[in-house]
Design a protein around this ligand. Structure first.
Ligand code: PHB
Length: 395
């Protein structure tokens, strides 16, 4: 052996030993991209809190490896910035996983990166069906608009509603919601009399309320990304007299997310939605989740759908690390190893569909009611084993 080669090998071994630390233990990093500031800052907060709850309950290690989360703030839907931050996480932080992503365009932007770097990307929220078709490295633990809307449109038709109008934010998930609603509602005998698309950045909803009124519909199906958007839309619905006029208000549960219920106040009472998670879900596991959150953060005001999107996402990442047997993660093998995985979540039973890599789950019909003086989404009906009805639907 030449001296230089020997030195190089020794150097490499020494370097490895340093990186691996004592007894082969490594630090495995997970990069989380989400809004931690700005109008949607609550979403990032729900991710971070849920990650901390999971680690408090399950520990920060998997085998000999320590799992460390690295956070990057992306305050609004901004695909170019999402790509830049994710690239920084891969190149500088050397993360083994990417995770988070509240808005669809931000999740979509990383497809070429995760393919090239062979890194799994676990989506905690972004809900447009087509995302997981864009790279085999995506796994999603949230919901899709199709998944929530199909049971809702069927329920609305069964209630005897004949004429409805849809009003959605004009981007990926809104367009999925609009299509899922029209297809399903009309299949069950209803008519969609108008399909309203609202710019994502709208803050003045009065003109859209007028259009809903003019449509002559008995009911509205609405989707906007949860946050100041849904809050302003729901308030406008009441303030412009649509509620008083007897128009019924439906949508996926983004509309009545728990952090907004105090601000919506009694105006939210009676609003019926479908969704994958309610803070009030009655199970031992959810009670433990909510109690641990309260113990750690002093209140449960922010516990909502994006909390369980993150909590279950961390569970999947832990399982991928376990399946890899320690040390360096092979992204393709890691994703392969969780296809078909089933577990119990605070929201109910979950399975990762091996084709769509999206969770099949129970969708609940809920109505906002007061429980011990606090507004909650109270579950009324459960639709088990709902797949992503939008996966590979021709667009
Ligand atoms: C999305 O951009 O995919 C999205 C954002 C917020 C939601 C739902 C979907 O509440």
């Amino acid at each position: 052996m030449t001296r230089t080669l020997r030195n190089a090998l020794l150097g490499a071994a020494f370097g490895l030993a340093l990186a691996a630390g004592p007894a082969g233990a490594a630090t495995i990093k997970v990069g989380v991209v989400a809004p931690f500031s700005g109008p949607f800052g609550v979403a990032g907060k729900t991710f971070r809190e849920a990650i901390e709850v999971y680690q408090a309950q399950h520990g920060k290690t998997v085998g000999n490896d320590t799992v460390e989360f690295v956070y990057k703030d992306l305050d609004q839907a901004n695909p170019a910035q999402s790509k830049a931050l994710s690239q920084e996480l891969i190149v500088k932080e050397k993360v083994s996983f990417l995770a988070g992503y509240f808005f669809t365009p931000d999740a979509l932007a990383v497809a070429p990166l995760i393919d090239e770097a062979n890194i799994p990307c676990v989506i905690f929220n972004a809900a447009t069906s087509a995302i997981t078709e864009k790279s085999p490295r995506y796994v999603r633990t949230s919901f899709t608009l199709w998944q929530n809307t199909v049971p809702l449109a069927e329920y609305m038709a069964k209630q005897g509603i004949k004429k409805a109008v849809s009003a959605v934010s004009d981007y990926g998930p809104g367009l999925d919601g609009e299509a899922a609603f029209k297809t399903t509602f009309e299949k069950h005998g209803g008519t969609v009399v108008d399909s309203i698309r609202m710019p994502l950045k709208s803050t003045d909803f009065a003109p859209f309320m007028q259009r809903i009124k003019d449509s002559g519909a008995e009911a509205v199906y609405a989707f906007l990304p949860a946050g100041p958007t849904t809050l302003a839309f729901a308030k406008a619905f009441n303030d412009t007299g649509l509620k008083a006029a007897g128009i019924k208000f439906f949508g996926p549960g983004d509309l009545t997310q728990e952090p907004d219920l105090p601000a919506l106040g009694d105006a939210a009472l009676g609003v019926t939605t479908t969704f994958n998670y309610s803070r009030a879900h009655d199970s031992a596991m959810n009670k433990a989740f909510v109690a641990k959150h309260k113990e750690m953060f002093g209140s449960t005001d922010t516990v909502t759908f994006s909390s369980v999107g993150a909590y279950d996402g961390v569970h999947v990442i832990y399982q991928m690390i376990k399946n890899g047997g320690g040390g360096k993660i092979d992204g393709a093998k890691a994703v392969e190893s969780v296809k078909g995985m089933s577990w119990e979540s605070p929201r109910g039973p979950l399975t990762i569909d091996p084709d769509s890599r999206h969770v099949t789950q129970t969708i609940y019909l809920r109505t906002v009611e007061k429980v011990d003086g606090k507004l909650e989404n109270v579950e009324k009906e459960a639709f088990p084993k709902q797949p992503d009805y939008g996966y590979k639907v021709a667009k």
